[in-house]
Design a protein around this ligand. Structure first.
Ligand code: ADP
Ligand code: MG
Length: 264
């Protein structure tokens, strides 16, 4: 969470840049010209109606979907394309995987490996990508699980945990690759209401520790607390964006007002 934008942040490469991204399925335009810049340490919360393109935007950023037009860069490096002379060339699968390793992704439904313990769920990726040896990865996993309040459950299997605990494991797993940015797609919407708070509190800790985050959520109160910037998307376009006070308390666009009237 950045209270004030410093000069260093203004000049550092953006943590994330989305340039004029268009994505369509047949004749259905799901993203219709998205431009978004996220500074290092900035927390961006994306809100908008169901079907407005929020998940698709995160999937394009993480290279799970390919845009028809536009491109994305993370930490100053283009994803999915490489500049050759003046032309943009598509990256090979290996380069895409390497770049994807710099982005953490936390899904609505946790997506843990059911056959692995909590510890191995977190330790697996740094080993598989060759970044850490097995012992180092397990030590890191213990540290991260302690950080999300699960230091006592490292030997459990996902099915033995509550949804809130599983989602905290998923957050520890995302952190294990030491990503430059973490994307959250409605991280609490599959949880029973009494489990939402523990997950939001872990995300809030990340936000205040300077991790760069992009969070899609309908939890408006939480968005107000953690966001440096709120981005409202409707119909595949950014309708308006600004500080929480600006967008939530003084929405300029009628579509933002309509949406907020329904969720607040
Ligand atoms: P949100 O996350 O804001 O609810 P999505 O990004 O999931 O919205 O979806 C935006 C629109 O794109 C929806 O109308 C959805 O039906 C459509 N869509 C998403 N993925 C696909 C796909 N693989 N094929 C066809 N349509 C899709
Ligand atoms: Mg979605």
């Amino acid at each position: 969470m950045t209270a004030t934008a410093t000069t260093a942040q203004e000049t550092a490469p953006a943590a994330l840049e989305v340039h004029d991204v268009h994505k369509w399925y047949g004749t259905h335009r799901v993203l219709d010209g998205i431009d978004l810049t996220v500074r290092p340490g900035e927390v961006t919360v994306v809100i908008g109606p169901s079907g407005s393109g929020k998940s698709t935007l995160l999937r394009v950023i993480n290279h799970l979907e390919k845009p028809e037009i536009g491109h994305v860069s993370v930490g100053g490096e283009l994803i999915g394309v490489r500049r050759v002379g003046d032309r943009l060339k598509e990256l090979g699968e290996r380069a895409i995987l390497a770049q994807r390793g710099r982005i953490g992704f936390v899904f609505q439904n946790f997506n843990l490996f059911p056959h692995l313990t909590v510890l191995d769920n977190v330790a697996a990726a740094p080993v598989a990508t060759g970044r850490l040896g097995k012992a180092e990865a397990r030590a890191l996993a213990r540290e991260l699980l302690t950080r999300v309040g699960l230091g006592e459950r490292t030997g459990a299997y996902p099915r033995q945990l509550s949804g809130g605990q599983q989602q905290r494991v998923a957050i520890a797993r995302a952190l294990a690759l030491r990503p430059g940015i973490i994307l959250f797609d409605e991280p609490t919407s599959a949880l029973d209401p009494e489990l939402v708070g523990e997950v939001l509190s872990v995300i809030k800790d990340l936000a205040t520790s300077g991790t760069t985050l992009v969070i899609v959520t309908h939890e408006i109160g939480f968005a107000r607390e953690v966001a440096d910037r709120i981005v409202f998307i409707d119909g595949g376009r950014i309708v308006e964006q600004g500080t929480p006070a600006r967008v939530l308390d003084h929405p300029e666009h009628p579509r933002t007002r309509d949406f907020l009237a329904k969720v607040l």
